[in-house]
Write a protein of this length. Structure first.
Length: 187
């Protein structure tokens, strides 16, 4: 009997995190817990049983997001084609600016909970620099483009997340394509 209850509790916790992730990504971290409970089809008490505070829920969702980004970056670094790897990394970054707006505000902005992930952001930035340098060595990046220039492209993309969602969804992929045209050499 205990095993079944534990399995249900684990399922509920995963469901809460999935719903909270989608809700925070779309609507930001200021979304009330009661709204997350409503979207999850659960009571507020159930949410608090799994996450004693709102901050615990936010930290769990952000930690999961950071883990996903780390996994993607490891896979990107493992790609032997440096052009494809860099292009994919920039396009995924752009996609996250559209799909994960609220989470990115916390991780890249000034939200207090995002500060806990400073080391992971630094490691991600170093991995991105390695990716750009590798692509430069392979001749996939224009000679005059530095790591700083590639980071500037990411900042330009992330600045568009402040647009209304519909406009950002249309503008960010276009901007990413334009920036990639300026960064990568012709094939």
């Amino acid at each position: 009997m205990t095993r079944k209850r534990r399995s249900d509790a684990e399922h509920n916790q995963r469901h809460i995190v999935e719903v909270a992730r989608a809700a925070f990504a779309a609507d930001g971290l200021d979304l009330p817990v009661r709204e997350i409970a409503r979207r999850a089809g659960m009571g507020v008490a159930t949410i608090y049983r799994h996450f004693p505070s709102r901050e615990d829920l936010i930290a769990t969702v952000l930690a999961e997001q950071v883990r996903r980004c780390e996994q993607e970056m490891r896979a990107t670094l493992a790609d032997p084609d440096s052009r494809r790897a860099l292009r994919g990394a920039i396009l995924r970054f752009a996609e996250r600016q559209v799909l994960d707006r609220g989470l990115n505000e916390a991780l890249l902005g000034s939200h207090a909970t995002g500060a806990a992930f400073t080391e992971q952001r630094r490691a991600h930035a170093e991995a991105f620099a390695h990716l750009v340098q590798r692509a430069r060595q392979d001749g996939a990046v224009r000679r005059e483009v530095s790591v700083g220039d590639a980071r500037l492209a990411l900042r330009a993309i992330s600045s568009f997340r402040t647009l209304p969602a519909e406009r950002a969804a249309a503008a960010i992929p276009r901007l990413a394509d334009l920036l990639l045209s300026g960064i990568l050499t012709e094939e």
